[in-house]
Design a protein around this ligand. Structure first.
Ligand code: SF4
Length: 230
């Protein structure tokens, strides 16, 4: 089974349901599925190119990324090659930034276009596994040791500044939007990635569909729907 580092993070969520996971991975062409708007990944791709082009021109990261350290080289990643197989599981995913420091260690960073809500943010446990999943893959591919992991939030401006920004960033061709970076360091713990891969494999390979989470009423509603259309 193939699973992305981000999806693996959902297994750590308190609301994770093994039954949902099993159904999602076994059922093909589920109805009522909605695609996620691509704008956030377009912004992340844009950010990635802004940083890489800056590094190509100046041989260093922009000043607002100073905190993540010195860079010897940015490692280019081929999406089709950035993966690792463990048992029957294949872990995939591509970090936004993988670079090597002058001491030869590696650093991984991922961009998030969102308001930074600190270490208690609701998605932080998922991001922690996502970044550690990238570190796990990177080290398995020989880019090791991965010493540091960072989330880099790019916050959109707040309404208090709209007036000022409107006069500064409106051009004849459209408008530009400035983002404010906030850096959050993630603890490295790739052992947890292995444990979650084992958990995912166990649920996926279960012959019997697992039980749902206690208190979730949607499964009984589904039974009601099935009865209704019979
Ligand atoms: S218990 Fe709830 S979360 Fe789990 S499979 Fe049923 S509907 Fe999904």
């Amino acid at each position: 089974m193939r699973i992305s580092a981000k999806d693996l993070g959902w297994l750590k969520e308190s609301s994770f349901c093994p039954r949902c996971f099993w159904i999602e991975r076994h059922a093909k062409g589920l109805p009522y599925q909605m695609g996620f708007p691509g704008i956030f990944s377009s912004i992340d791709t844009y950010t990635k190119h802004i940083v890489e082009k800056y590094f190509e021109r100046n041989g260093e990261l922009p000043a607002w990324l100073e905190e993540i350290g010195e860079v010897r080289r940015i490692v280019s990643i081929k999406p089709s090659e950035f993966k690792v197989v463990k048992g029957d599981m294949m872990l995939t995913g591509i970090p936004d930034l993988l670079f090597q420091r002058p001491d030869d260690s590696f650093v991984i960073a991922d961009y998030k276009t969102a308001k930074y809500t600190g270490s208690q943010g609701e998605f932080m446990p998922i991001y922690q596994i996502q970044l550690n999943g990238y570190a796990y893959i990177s080290e398995a591919m020989g880019n090791k040791p991965v010493k540091d992991l960072f989330l880099i939030y790019f916050e959109p401006p707040y309404k208090e500044r709209f007036d000022e920004l409107s006069s500064k960033h409106t051009t004849d061709g459209g408008f530009e939007m400035p983002f404010l970076p906030k850096i959050h360091k993630i603890k490295k713990d790739t052992a947890e990635v292995e444990k979650l891969l084992e958990k995912a494999e166990k649920i996926y390979s279960s012959v019997k569909i697992p039980d749902g989470v206690d208190g979730c009423k949607d499964c009984s509603r589904l039974d009601g729907l099935i009865e209704l259309v019979k």
